[in-house]
Design a protein around this ligand. Structure first.
Ligand code: HEM
Length: 123
């Protein structure tokens, strides 16, 4: 069983890898779209995001934090959903270039908000 501190380190490592892979995939979607078809590029981001979420839920469970009692935690969950939706639109090959760039900026905004909530535990 991983300790709370180990889970937190794992969570933060996944956060960094998840953001790096998202930015890399967005860049590749313009410069070399064929990269996005590679198996590891398709599988790794989902694996990392799954570990990110499992570590998050485990920490909340261990610390006995209920999202309905802790607004910052609820905000992170909602923010994660928004980050996923914006990120999905940003990487979609059928969208307009302008729309995708706006969605990319939107995803980064939500990501920054989640980090802010994580660090300050309030808005
Ligand atoms: C993209 C999504 C996410 C990002 C960028 C993110 C970012 C972070 C960061 C940077 C920390 C470390 C804070 C510190 O050093 O004090 C952290 C901690 C934490 N996160 Fe996340 N997180 C995300 C998703 C989630 C979700 C969805 C949940 C809730 C289920 C969650 C629950 C937690 C908890 C419980 C901690 C530990 C807080 C503490 O002990 O100080 N995170 N997160």
């Amino acid at each position: 069983m991983l300790s709370y501190t180990a889970l937190k380190h794992l969570h933060i490592a996944c956060v960094v890898i998840s953001l790096s892979l998202f930015i890399l995939r967005f860049y590749w979607s313009f410069s070399s779209p064929q990269q996005l078809q590679k198996k590891w590029v398709r599988v790794l981001p989902h694996s990392v995001d799954t570990v990110l979420l499992i570590s998050a839920i485990s920490m909340a469970w261990i610390a006995g934090l209920n999202p309905l009692d802790h607004f910052w935690l609820l905000g992170k969950i909602m923010g994660l959903l928004a980050y996923i939706v914006f990120g999905y639109i940003a990487l979609k090959s059928v969208g307009s270039q302008r729309g995708r760039i706006l969605a990319f900026i939107g995803a980064l905004f939500w990501f920054a908000l989640i980090v802010h909530l994580a660090l300050n535990k309030s808005l």
